[in-house]
Design a protein around this ligand. Structure first.
Ligand code: SF4
Length: 335
């Protein structure tokens, strides 16, 4: 099975015209300077020295509004990435940006350097929410940019957030459905956190913003993740990358941060499936899942296995190489 590695190039808030009220990329990402194109080479070489040569490797520009930079500056970063792509040392280039920084000439330039995936921070597909959080663009702009990215032949990613101020769980579900309707091929789900030195911190301290609890964020993310999975939208990430500032609490004021947030979400998805199996306290329950899914199926801290043991005499999880993603089956043997 092919393994995938990402070589991340963080360019925090590079070219962001606005400061979204929840955002302090330097705190989220955990770095306090912007990498220059001429510094990329040693970073990429360091990553490559640790990655198996037969793996599929992606250079990914994160953390800002890549295409908001002057096109010459974009090209300076892309030239370095393209050097590795054209030499066969990496297989893909991807980047994230804002929907209002997409145009024909910009996409043509990205195509010239072999960019494969363009991700847009959509965050919400409700104008009321976008307005409140200071995104500085509209839903219409997301829709237009998404269409242009697809038409230019790029793989489209649309990232979303849950727990945003002025949003609701139902509103977040609607955003997910619109992301599917816009034919995104991949997505990321980020729970809103209150980060230090943001407008959201002020709102939180004034009692005007209440973040989701960890349980609420996990439940909602699980519903959204399962919806994306049923509609073949690949979920590339759930929860923020755990930077040092988030891990030691220095950057985090409040909100549903957990170092294993994705594992909690996957545990919840599997749990919902397993609860459909009729209880049988005399039976041995055998559950088959793919080798990649077995840890998540057993659950974070073996939560699902422990729960099932209260409903069955014995519980056994088995790896089945014929299965993928959330495919599974079960049987009960009398003992
Ligand atoms: S566009 Fe993205 S990086 Fe820029 S301020 Fe908003 S959330 Fe932060």
């Amino acid at each position: 099975m092919k393994t995938y590695y990402t070589i991340p190039i963080f360019i925090p808030e590079k070219a962001c015209p606005y400061r979204c009220i929840y955002c302090n990329q330097y705190k989220i990402v955990g770095c306090d300077s912007i990498i220059q194109p001429e510094e990329m080479k040693s970073l990429i070489d360091t990553y490559l020295s640790t990655i198996p040569s037969n793996a599929c490797k992606t250079i990914a520009f994160f953390g800002g509004s890549f295409t908001g930079m002057p096109i010459e500056e974009q090209s300076r970063y892309l030239q370095v990435a393209y050097h590795y792509l054209s030499g066969g040392l990496v297989q893909r280039i991807q980047l994230s940006t804002r929907p209002d920084y997409i145009s024909g000439p910009i996409l043509d330039n990205l195509g010239k350097y072999g960019v494969k995936i363009v991700e847009l921070g959509a965050q919400s597909l409700h104008d009321k929410v976008l307005d409140f959080i200071g995104r500085g663009h509209t839903v219409q702009q997301v829709e237009t940019a998404a269409g242009m990215i697809r038409d230019h032949g790029f793989e489209l990613g649309l990232q979303m957030m849950i727990g945003l101020p002025s949003d609701t769980p139902q509103g977040a579900m609607e955003t997910a459905k619109k992301i599917i309707a816009l034919k995104a091929q991949n997505t990321r789900i980020y729970p809103t956190l209150v980060i230090k030195n943001t407008c959201l911190e002020t709102l939180y301290r004034q009692g005007k913003y209440i973040p989701l609890t960890l349980d609420e964020a996990v439940d909602l993310s699980a519903q959204i993740y399962a919806l994306f999975d049923r509609n073949n939208v690949k979920v590339l990430r759930v929860g923020l990358h755990p930077s040092e500032g988030l891990l030691n609490g220095e950057s985090l004021v409040a909100g549903p941060f957990h170092v294993s947030f994705k594992e909690l979400v996957l545990t919840k998805i599997w749990k919902e499936k397993f609860l459909q199996i009729p209880e049988n306290k005399q039976g041995r329950l055998l559950i088959k899942v793919s080798p990649q899914a077995i840890n998540a199926a057993i659950g974070y801290g073996a939560e699902n296995k422990k729960l099932l043991k209260t409903r069955f005499a014995e519980v056994q999880f088995v790896k089945d190489g014929q299965k993928e993603n959330f495919e599974w089956n079960w049987q009960i043997e009398e003992i």
